[in-house]
Design a protein. Structure first.
Length: 441
């Protein structure tokens, strides 16, 4: 754990470090893990933490929770960075931890950005975790299933931290301007709506929010013995205009609706404009990318099956490189989807099937397509008469797959748009074949 001497210049530490929570109650967000009675909170309060991995986006509290554990535990706590440490440093620390373990002292090691360690470096931890010489707490922004060795991962409990909500960030910002640790001996005035704007700009990242607030306060105006931070200053330090945009308010939904309906209306110019309006106002690119993925199936669907591939690739690009670089990937996806042939047949198919599913929840699965995994099930005729389509010349059978009460129901009704015309033709061929072979049922 980091220690500070009498000569530490407290004021020079970033705001995020100055007001870092010291207790569980000071942490904002992550109530699914740290709320009353939740498993992680109970483990920390009982000082009985086990090896674990904190996985979540930047600035959501991974290091902060580790810091609180350091304050609460009776164990030796070591803060270890994957950026500055190699195998030599790992072995030195492990040797000390092993010696402490032999005299009955636990060692908790926090490894920030554990995904930056290569396989050999991660393997160096494994025997000490297995023996219980150390309790490993790793933090990562990357999926641990891919970035942490399976042997090490299997010995750690993974806790998924969520992106902070705007209300969480606002709560954090209010504390920063009132807590004596934030701006000592200074009175800060900032309107609630401007705190909301700062929170929206941060995209759920507490570090970004606090860093931006600190910059705004440093550039604030002195009026009547207090520092006043106004909208103009916030727009200056964020390099963004508010553009009548509020991520929680009506305009948020108006703009995403404008983008969606412009693409649906095959108007790429309007779609790119609304895209730019949202991005320049501070909207999370991943939110837009998720809506683009939805649009690809809801409004294009099988009229152009590649639309979803491109939309998913766009989301991945936004995740990999972030804003502002990903703006061009979103533009590519938005223009492609605007110009693609349109079909809502998949959306309509599901909505129609959903209605029947909700109204007929007790309809039994036909015996012929039930899975007979036990002798009793076979005795009850599960799977009896099942026809394996691959064994037939046409790769088709006339086997009934819908419940009796829904026989003949049609949910998917292909359009003639784009490639879906081929699916329409194929669907009609299948129905004609089944009609001709119905007498053989």
């Amino acid at each position: 754990m980091d220690e500070y001497s009498l000569f530490t210049d407290y004021a020079r530490k970033p705001l995020a470090a100055r007001i870092r929570p010291q207790t569980l109650d000071e942490i904002v967000g992550q109530q699914h893990l740290l709320g009353p009675g939740k498993v992680l909170r109970k483990m920390i309060e009982a000082d009985s933490v086990t090896s674990m991995i904190f996985w979540g986006p930047p600035g959501v509290g991974k290091t902060t929770i580790a810091s609180v554990i350091a304050n609460c535990t009776r164990s030796q706590f070591i803060n270890f960075s994957a950026v500055t440490s190699g195998i030599k440093e790992i072995k030195e620390v492990m040797k000390k931890a092993e010696a402490s373990h032999q005299i009955g002292t636990r060692t908790i090691m926090f490894v920030d950005e554990i995904h930056r360690f290569n396989k050999a470096q991660q393997d160096a931890f494994l025997p000490y975790v297995e023996k219980g010489s150390i309790i490993l707490i790793g933090a990562t922004t990357e999926n641990p299933s891919f970035e942490v060795n399976s042997a090490l991962l299997s010995r750690c409990k993974v806790f998924v931290l969520k992106q902070l909500e705007i209300d969480d960030i606002v709560q954090l910002l209010r504390r920063a301007i009132t807590d004596p640790r934030g701006f000592p001996n200074q009175k800060i005035h900032i309107e609630d709506e401007d705190l909301q704007l700062l929170a929206a700009f941060s995209n759920g990242d507490a570090r970004v929010a606090l860093g931006t607030l600190e910059m705004a306060v440093l550039n604030g105006d002195y009026e009547n013995d207090e520092i006043v931070v106004n909208r103009a200053i916030i727009e200056q330090v964020t390099s963004k205009k508010s553009l009548l945009y509020d991520k929680k308010g009506e305009e948020h939904y108006n703009l995403i609706s404008a983008l969606h309906k412009s693409m649906r209306n095959s108007d790429p110019d309007a779609a790119v404009y609304w895209l730019a309006r949202m991005l320049e106002a501070g909207e999370d690119p991943l939110y837009i990318a998720r809506r683009v993925v939805r649009f690809a199936s809801e409004d294009v669907g099988l009229a152009d099956p590649r639309a979803m591939e491109l939309a998913v690739a766009c989301y991945q690009a936004c995740h990999f490189i972030g804003y502002p670089e990903c703006s061009v990937h979103l533009t590519q996806a938005v223009v492609y989807l605007s110009l693609a042939p349109k079909s809502n047949s998949l959306y309509m198919a599901y909505e129609s099937a959903k209605k029947d599913a909700l109204n007929m929840l007790d309809e039994p699965v036909p015996l012929v397509i039930r899975n007979a995994v036990t002798s009793l099930m076979k005795d009850l005729d599960y799977g009896k008469g099942y026809q394996y389509a691959h064994d037939t010349e046409d790769k088709l059978t006339n086997m009934q797959c819908l419940p009796d009460s829904l026989v003949g129901r049609e949910y998917y009704k292909p359009t003639k748009q784009g490639l879906e015309a081929r699916f329409l033709e194929r669907n009609n061929q299948i129905k004609q074949w089944k009609k001709e072979h119905a007498k053989n049922k």
